[in-house]
Design a protein around this ligand. Structure first.
Ligand code: FES
Length: 103
């Protein structure tokens, strides 16, 4: 599946991501600036914060209460479109998803 990251400067990075990989791992593998994934995806750092663009948000599923709580500690502007990208798993349903790295 294809993922597009929109960087704070407006530059876009498109990469092929294998099904089953989470979006934080995919971002780190593609050197996306601003996505660190310090906790390795164990939902304890919030350094994988992204904004999910438009209609894609609904396709990423519901946030857990714990993810919601962790988002309070995230850097960057936290909005209704905010997700922790380690909690979004690549699948065919998300082919073409756009993730914005928050400022
Ligand atoms: S990588 Fe730490 S919360 Fe997502």
């Amino acid at each position: 599946m294809k993922v597009t990251w929109v960087l704070p400067g407006g530059e876009e990075v498109v990469a092929d991501v294998k099904d089953g990989m989470n979006m934080m791992e995919a971002a780190v593998a593609n050197n996306i600036a601003g996505i660190q994934g310090e906790c390795g995806g164990s939902l304890s750092c919030a350094t994988c914060h992204v904004h999910v663009s438009g209609d894609w948000l609904a396709k990423t599923g519901e946030k857990s209460d714990f993810e919601e709580a962790m988002l309070d500690m995230a850097d960057g502007d936290v909005t209704d479109a905010s997700r922790l990208s380690c909690q979004i798993t690549a699948s065919g349903d998300l082919d073409g998803i756009r993730l914005v790295v928050p400022i």
